[in-house]
Design a protein around this ligand. Structure first.
Ligand code: ACK
Length: 813
């Protein structure tokens, strides 16, 4: 946000030059006759110059850190005949804070110096002949500011300068909507490393799921989104807003008997998405406190078990992916009176051709009628009869929820009470008799024609992984990832492949990969998920070695911990948590994925799992899970510690090239991975906590999330790094690249720290032996062209570490 831009001021700038014959404004105009406010001074031949140019008062509009961009040209003193003695090639910039414009007359010595400004490029008379203008741009920042505004001043002490433009601005994180929460325009903090925590406000028709927050960086970027809002029941998420499916407007009665009423209706006029199911609420007229809810995927139901000759009120609402729409108006229908109806047998279609078939059908109907009240009375003989009649149906009693039909479920309420299943827990698809039913319980079926496959992005366990686009009815096309099942699969492979979708489909969290649906009715069988632009985290970090701020890395770790907290709350143990199984999107949001290996955590806290012949990822797995297959959320926490280490070391392989057997032995003997380079001490401590031998002493995921939140809120707590000597003391096995013995060559050393790209430059500049390398300074690195700060740090830390090890007598250099 500009506070001043001298190029856009049409009239007088109102700046004052002192003395009057120092800085002078050149009255130039541009091609539109707008004034160009250029000030120049060129008293290079005269001694003791002290020329001031004072700006008018500039309001800081509440910003506490402001930036000043200067554009200027400067004459090269060497090109000035005879001027060398007095000629200068710099000028000074100052500021003075004041709440109002009264500060104008303060003395120059009350101004505070911001910096000496030098030119990157100066020009000579020759350049001018060729009309080459060498315009310099310099930016400085000032803060924290405590008053309402300030003046700037430019002091010339004998240079030949033309100040072409002055732009004063502050940075802000522009208002955005993220995860359905609106974050306001936020002026960045006063400190250049400060992150401001900003709370978001849920957009209309949405409610808080987890309090939405983001962090505004000093650079004006939003970082580390936390929490989210969800559209209220009946509203659907569309372009960062929530709009509801419209209510069902037309309901027709069908067949009516003394105990049942059949209804049908039409889809709402504006479904605003795909209708997943309908909810039909009904109750006996004037008995609203005791009602029944039926859920149906069809646009027709039969409400049975009703009283004869009684009026019933019905209301229907539709559900899309975002939730329920509003209920329809009330529709009232009446059952037939007792005398008017013949009997319940009237419902049995008389299509039987033999007495035997008729008897079976009758048994089915009796079973069906009795089942409506089964859960009210316990699951006695009625359910076993039902089980005989419908052997493939899942029959779940115990919480007032009965499946009447795969497409329909019914719940009874009294005085607003229903015995709901309690806390939502993960259901192991293996508990389903028919795995196909599990898939369709938790995953939407998508028609293959809605998917456009664009390109292959990788190979999965069961077939190719592609990127593409999904166009659902009433929704905009959006990018997706598509996992395919290769042709010629066995039934077991199909089941295992779709098993992942049955697991993923049960989760709904911003840090868990989101399942869009499955294609099972045509070939190839596919699993469609949200698209994560940056792919898997380990590859992404390796590709971007040293490129992120610590806060960005902690933001990634926070996301993973939050996703894992959600999974552990659901009683789900991942068992294969590793950076390769985390996906990262273009906003650097990390999501847990790969639910292939995982198993449910049963109610019994002592329950342990056996791997059904599956491989255990040794380097990521807790010792008790390796030794006696005790997989719990606490063993996931161990793996999380390894993921932290992978993230902080930009995708380094845990325990490097040690063999699995050596890793198991070292860990068992109490050895742990050393801190990654440049790792904040607080983060390394957290890793060590995750790697406690006693699994009960490890932090829980909710504690990890809170700890990371605290660090994000207070970034200065991340400034204390694990120092090189304490890193060395943790090197209990010889596995660090720099600790792995004397390097035979500079090339070998640079390769080991993944800086091999600089080998040639080192050699060309005379750093051909490890002895000469030991003398390298940061200045030398810059001179050699190692400009990336991350790379400079990596090389300097490695050198420092080698020196410490030398002192400790650990490694001969
Ligand atoms: O590192 P990558 O690019 O990210 O390569 C692997 C590859 O497919 C095989 O798993 C990529 N991948 C998997 N799921 C997704 C997804 N949802 N979005 C983007 N890339 C994905 C993964």
């Amino acid at each position: 946000m500009n506070l001043l831009d001298s190029r856009t001021v049409m009239g007088d700038l109102g700046w004052i030059a002192y003395p009057k014959n120092g800085w002078e404004e050149i009255g130039e105009v541009d091609e539109n006759y707008a004034p160009i406010h250029t000030y120049q001074v060129c008293k290079v031949m005269e001694q003791n110059q002290n020329n001031w140019l004072l700006t008018s008062w500039i309001s800081n509009e509440g910003a506490s850190r402001i930036f000043i961009e200067l554009k200027f040209t400067l004459r090269d003193c060497n090109s000035l005949p005879g001027g060398l003695g007095t000629c200068k090639e710099t000028f000074n910039m100052y500021y003075f804070e004041s709440d109002d414009e009264d500060g104008r007359n303060i003395r120059e010595n009350q101004y505070i110096k911001i910096d000496t400004i030098a030119a990157d490029e100066s020009f000579t008379e020759l350049d001018l002949g060729d009309r080459v203008m060498k315009l310099n741009t310099e930016v400085r920042d000032v803060g924290p500011l405590t008053k309402k505004g300030f003046y700037l001043a430019f002091q010339d002490v004998g240079a030949c300068i033309a100040l072409v433009s002055v732009r004063v601005y502050y940075k802000k994180c522009p208002s955005v909507i993220r995860n359905l929460a609106r974050f306001p325009d936020t002026i960045t903090g006063a400190d250049s490393s400060q992150l401001l925590e900003v709370s978001g406000v849920c957009v209309n028709h949405s409610v808080t799921d987890e309090a939405p927050k983001m962090h505004c960086s000093a650079e004006g970027e939003w970082l580390v989104p936390i929490g989210k809002c969800l559209c209220k029941a009946g509203y659907e998420e569309k372009n960062n807003t929530c709009q509801a499916p419209s209510p069902v407007s037309s309901v027709k009665k069908g067949k009516i008997t003394k105990n049942s009423i059949s209804l049908s209706w039409q889809e709402p006029d504006r479904p605003n998405g795909i209708i997943l199911e309908y909810e039909i609420k009904y109750f006996e007229k004037d008995q609203e406190t005791s009602y029944t809810i039926i859920k149906s995927k069809e646009t027709a139901i039969t409400a049975d078990g009703l009283k004869p000759g009684s009026a019933y009120v019905f209301q229907i609402r539709a559900r899309t992916a975002a939730g329920y729409g509003g209920f329809s108006r009330r529709f009232e229908f009446e059952t037939s009176p007792v005398l008017a109806a013949s009997s319940d047998q009237s419902q049995i279609p008389i299509i039987v051709v033999s007495v035997t078939v008729g008897v079976i059908l009758l048994a089915v109907v009796i079973g069906f009628l009795l089942s409506g009240s089964c859960c009210d009375h316990g699951c006695g003989w009625a359910s076993s009869l039902r089980a005989v009649a419908y052997p493939s149906l899942i029959w779940r009693c115990g919480y007032s929820k009965a499946k009447q039909d795969p497409e329909e479920e019914k719940m009874h309420f009294h005085n607003g009470h229903i015995k709901l299943p309690g806390v939502r827990t993960y259901i192991d698809p293996h508990t389903y008799e028919d795995p196909n039913q599990a898939v369709h319980e938790f995953a939407k079926e998508i028609e293959a024609s809605c998917i456009t496959i664009e390109r292959v992005i990788g190979a999965g366990e069961f077939g190719e992984v592609c990127s593409g686009r999904l166009k659902l009815q009433g929704k905009r096309e959006f990018p997706v990832a598509i996992k395919t099942l290769k042709v010629g699969y066995t039934e077991k492979q199909r089941r295992d492949f779709l098993g992942e979708a049955s697991i993923m489909g049960q989760f709904d969290h911003p840090n868990i990969i989101h399942l869009e649906g499955v294609v099972t009715k045509s070939k190839p069988v596919m699993i469609v998920t949200e698209y994560m632009e940056n792919g898997s985290l380990d590859t992404f970090l390796k590709k971007n070695d040293g490129q992120f701020t610590v806060i960005q890395l902690v933001g990634m770790l926070r996301g993973i911990a939050s996703g894992m907290k959600y999974l552990s709350d659901m009683g789900y143990v991942h068992r294969d948590l590793a950076a390769r199984n985390i996906l990262i999107n273009s906003n650097l949001v990390c999501k847990v994925s790969d639910f292939g290996l995982s198993r449910v955590l049963e109610d019994d806290p002592e329950a342990a799992y056996t791997t059904r012949g599956g491989k255990i990822p040794i380097r990521w797995t807790a010792p008790e899970a390796i030794a006696f297959r005790k997989f719990t959320s606490a063993s996931d926490v161990w793996s999380y510690g390894i993921v932290m280490w992978e993230v902080m070391s930009y995708g380094e392989r845990p325990y490097w090239e040690m063999t699995n057997q050596d890793v198991i032995k070292a860990v068992e003997e109490g050895y742990r991975l050393p801190s990654p380079m440049d790792c904040p001490a607080a983060l390394y401590q957290l890793m060590l906590d995750c790697w406690q031998k006693d699994r009960n002493s490890r932090p829980k995921f909710d504690e990890i999330v809170s700890m990371l939140d605290k660090l994000i809120r207070n970034p200065s707590s991340l400034k204390t790094l694990v120092n090189a000597s304490s890193r060395v003391s943790n090197l209990l096995v010889e596995h660090s690249p720099v600790g792995s013995g004397a390097y035979r060559s500079v090339g070998e050393w640079l390769e080991a720290i993944k800086m091999g790209r600089y080998t040639e430059i080192f050699m060309e500049n005379g750093y051909s032996s490890m002895d000469s390398v030991a003398q390298v300074t940061l200045e030398d690195l810059r001179r050699l062209g190692v400009t990336l700060v991350g790379h400079q740090k990596k090389i300097m830390n490695s050198l420092q570490e080698m020196k410490v090890q030398l002192v400790n007598g650990m490694v001969p250099l």
